[in-house]
Design a protein around this ligand. Structure first.
Ligand code: ADP
Length: 373
């Protein structure tokens, strides 16, 4: 909203006030003049008749004079009232217009500053009317924009940081090979290949996460048996489980109700949780996937007897790029996006996810999904 727009609005509002006031005053004046003069004329005629019967005290001339005096003073009164009405209308119109246009001007000015990227702008209109509600709606919009901008900035910084590490490793190794410091043999190339796989996974995870956060992931919801899906996912980890001598089993009744979910996305949730459980469980440990139901849905808990998570880290493990052990190299760990993806995928399917843990004893990551309709 530009100031010329506000000036035009102000002029139009004032003109509308004055026009309606003048119209009202003119209408009242015409009607009053018309009916009062004809009523007064009837009254005088009656008086004249009565006087004729009583012998006549006033002549025709005197009645005409009285009528003329009366109408003259009526006209004068109407003029005075009319002009005062119009003056009051102009004054009130100007006041009301100011009351409407001034807050709009504040919002317009703040919107202009927000458009230039200054999201700290707040408008304070005061009062309890619709214009104050407009101000509050504007403030909450500016706050949301500010938060989104902050999140975007943090995300870009995080991504840049995460991509930098594997790229530096790759760059350093390739340069060392080119300079002949390390041989370009099978072992070194395999390790470089491993690094490119991690990089590709990081990019894939980022893509999934950003699509999920933007609400642009497609979910093909079907009736899903979470116990059967859990067994299938655990089986897909069989080689890794045997390599670490970890005993994994799925607990749960055969006849559990089905949930309404996308089987592929829910399998990804399970894969991320089971992968973490395997990763943070020492060799020879145990993992249980427990599936239980309540009236509204089904809960899957991935229970490990691994290293556990401290109370202060627990609330942050679902944040993107959050890793408890920051110094851990990426090759031994993941992208730090696994649980953030789990949270997005579960919540996008109207579910909930949570974690419980005792350091040194193990962790339980659970998610709940609503029953199929
Ligand atoms: P990452 O890819 O690094 O595993 P996640 O988002 O999957 O990232 O997990 C975030 C962090 O939460 C991990 O770095 C780890 O510190 C912690 N974490 C996740 N699952 C477990 C678990 N089962 N036991 C112990 N710590 C865990």
């Amino acid at each position: 909203m530009s100031s010329s727009f506000l000036n035009r609005l102000s002029t139009r509002l004032t003109a509308a006030f004055i026009f309606s006031a003048v119209l009202g005053v003119v209408l009242v004046a015409i009607l009053t003049y018309r009916y009062t003069s004809s009523d007064f004329s009837t009254f005088l005629t009656n008086m004249q008749g009565m006087q004729g019967m009583m012998g006549g005290m006033m002549g025709d001339q005197t009645f005409a004079q009285v009528e003329q005096d009366f109408l003259g003073s009526l006209r004068q009164t109407l003029w005075i009232t009319g002009i005062s009405g119009v003056v009051i209308a102009i004054a009130l119109g100007a006041v009301f217009t100011r009351q409407i246009v001034a807050p709009l001007g504040k919002v317009a000015a703040a919107a202009g500053r927000v458009a230039k990227g200054n999201f700290k702008q707040k408008v304070n209109i005061g009062g309890a009317g619709e214009l104050d509600q407009l101000g509050q709606a504007f403030n909450s919009m500016a706050a949301t924009l500010e938060r989104d901008q902050q999140l975007r900035r943090n995300m870009v910084a995080d991504i840049a940081h995460e991509l930098r590490t594997p790229l530096t490793v790759l760059q350093g190794n390739v340069e060392a090979m080119l300079d002949g410091f390390i041989p370009a043999d099978n072992a070194h190339l395999t390790s470089l290949h491993q690094e490119t796989l991690l990089l590709a996974r990081l990019v894939d995870d980022l893509r999934t996460l950003s699509l999920a956060e933007a609400g642009q992931l497609e979910f093909r919801t079907k009736s899903v048996n979470l116990r059967a899906l859990s067994i299938q996912v655990v089986e897909s980890f069989r080689a890794l489980l045997s390599a670490k001598h970890i005993d994994a089993k799925v607990d749960g009744l055969d006849n559990l109700p089905e949930v309404g979910a996308d089987p592929e996305r829910t399998a990804q949730v399970l894969r991320n949780l089971i992968n973490n459980a395997i990763h943070y469980t020492p060799e020879g440990g145990k993992i249980t996937v427990r599936v239980t139901s309540d009236t509204g849905g089904v809960t899957v808990s991935v229970i490990d007897a691994g290293i556990g998570i401290s109370l202060e880290d627990l609330p942050r493990v679902f944040d993107r790029f959050y890793r408890v052990d920051r110094s851990r190299t990426r090759s031994s760990g993941g992208s730090g996006l696994g649980l953030a993806i789990v949270k997005q995928l579960v919540e996008a399917q109207q579910g909930r996810v949570w974690a419980e843990s005792t350091p040194g004893k193990g962790s339980t990551f659970s998610f709940w999904l609503p029953l199929a309709k």
